[in-house]
Design a protein around this ligand. Structure first.
Ligand SMILES: Nc1ncnc2c1ncn2[C@@H]1O[C@H](COP(=O)(O)OP(=O)(O)OP(=O)(O)O)[C@@H](O)[C@H]1O
Ligand SMILES: [Mg+2]
Length: 463
């Protein structure tokens, strides 16, 4: 296991080739060769430390490495020393409110983080014994999010994985931020945010948003954003998970937010190409499913995960998206059509799914209402096409009622968000689950039949 590497002493080699983020380091003898996942440290011409991660062993005692930081100004023949350890990050309560990069170095300008215990980010968890006691029919505990459509159709169970999936600009980041805003405050445990390959600006916004909401003291952040080399974007997800595992080991309930898991896969594909591996016929790295699997296998126990997943070209059959899908308990698919209609959050209930929407997890009433809502929306989908051809007046009275109620339900499922105030100019609303159920019940029972449908758009609870 990688921890064994910790015991090896430092060995020196030198850089023999630099190809963008891939660096070859030659060592004197086979004994000196670093292990896979061991870090090798070098310095650029302008005296900047560069950390490399061993990815492959080549002939002639050459270790092919992937850089975790930019390799600009790294020269051939520069001294590179195998550190004897894999990437480790500091862990401890001092990290609350701090932002670290993939290697655990602070990037928030609030001074160094020193004197803490360190944990390796690469760990093999496949042989960790299963805690059998934890498997015995523990009652699922549902976390309220205050977002109507999520509480109704995608109940968030502690320890589950929820995916927010959608094409560019469909509102994934906004929804993840709203979830953080709504649940972190009420949550007794701790949170981790991993920013993977997304905009740097968003990292700043997030930081200030958390500061304003007064939740910085409950959250640890790890960022490997767009501007960083693929090695950083690929591994930062493990940095985030390691923080979550540390918090879990202190007995805390952990919420882990990741934006964006697709970028992790994409960075893996870039690395694979740079290492000269032949892609599989889907165009992705041949190791796609094992990489996605290895990451998700580490998210378990009391860690509840929320993952934003970008869908390239709005194609839900994209192999990367499919690989991630299979590990999620709830999949919320954001639809472009809904964003165009201003129906935020743009979750398409008919394209999404949730294995926790079950009468054993939620109340009978909740389950029945959700199924009735889905039935009405499915029917509406059919009627919509008919109406487009023959007009609404040709529908039977019963169908017209369903059509109208469906539109009202659809509007009621929209909600102004705290973090989206700037976009729609409306104050955010937190709606308790019971209020959501009451509202849905009223609409289904026809109590709002003579309301104009606009009155249900972008509101909180039904007054
Ligand atoms: N709940 C919402 N209410 C109002 N406007 C929203 C909402 N969600 C998203 N938007 C609008 O959509 C835009 C894009 O949202 P967001 O940045 O969350 O998309 P994304 O899916 O994360 O995109 P990308 O894949 O590019 O990261 C926002 O800037 C905002 O204008
Ligand atoms: Mg985004």
């Amino acid at each position: 296991m990688s921890e064994q590497a910790t015991e090896r002493k430092e060995r020196k080699g030198k850089v023999v080739a630099v190809q963008g983020p891939v660096v070859d380091v030659k060592f004197n003898s086979i004994e000196d060769m670093p292990d896979l996942h061991e870090t090798v440290k070098s310095r650029s011409f302008d005296k900047r430390d560069i950390v490399l991660l061993v990815a492959e062993h080549l002939e002639g005692n050459i270790a092919r490495c992937v850089a975790l930081s930019s390799t600009s100004n790294l020269q051939r023949n520069a001294v590179a020393a195998a550190s004897g350890a894999t990437v480790t990050i500091p862990v401890g309560d001092e990290l609350f409110g701090r932002i670290i990069n993939v290697m655990g170095d602070p990037i928030d300008g609030k001074g160094p983080i020193t004197g803490l215990k360190r944990m390796p980010i690469h760990r093999d968890v496949s042989r960790v014994a299963v805690n059998v006691d934890g498997l015995k029919g523990a009652k699922a505990e549902v976390l309220e999010t205050g977002i109507k459509i999520i509480d109704l159709l995608f109940p968030v169970v502690r320890g589950s994985k929820t995916g927010v999936i959608g094409g560019a600009g469909c509102g994934k980041t906004v929804l993840i931020m709203e979830l953080i805003h709504n649940i972190v405050d009420a949550h007794e445990g701790a949170c981790v945010f991993a920013g993977i390959g997304e905009r740097i600006r968003e990292g700043n916004e997030l930081y200030f948003e958390f500061g304003q909401a007064g939740i910085l003291n409950k959250i640890m952040m790890a960022f490997g954003q767009m501007d960083e080399p693929p090695g950083a974007r690929f591994n930062v997800i493990l940095t985030g998970i390691t923080l979550a595992e540390y918090l879990q080991s202190t007995g805390k309930e952990v919420l882990l937010f990741m934006d964006n898991v697709f970028r992790f896969v994409q960075a893996g594909a870039e690395i694979s190409t740079l290492l000269g591996r032949t892609p599989s016929e889907t165009g992705y790295q041949p190791t796609l499913s094992s990489e996605v699997g290895a990451v998700h296998e580490r998210i378990k126990g009391s860690i509840s995960a929320f993952e934003a997943v970008y869908v390239p070209a709005d194609d839900l059959t994209d192999p990367a998206v499919v690989a991630i899908f299979s590990y999620l308990d709830a999949v919320m698919v954001l639809s472009r059509e809904r964003t165009q209609l201003g129906l935020y959050p743009a979750i398409d209930p008919l394209a999404s799914s949730c294995s926790n929407l079950d009468a054993n997890v939620v109340s009978r009433r909740h389950f029945d209402l959700s199924q009735e809502l889905l039935r009405i929306l499915t029917k509406y989908d059919e009627l919509r096409r008919i109406v487009a051809v023959i007009g609404i007046d040709e529908l039977s009275k019963a169908d017209r009622t369903i059509h109208e109620r469906a539109r009202k339900l659809q509007n009621f499922m929209t909600q102004p968000m705290f973090v989206a105030e700037a976009y729609i100019g409306k104050k955010g609303q937190y709606v308790k689950k019971e209020e959501t159920l009451d509202g849905v019940e009223k609409i289904i029972d026809g109590k709002t039949d003579n309301w104009p449908e606009e009155e249900l758009y972008m509101i909180g609870k039904l007054e």
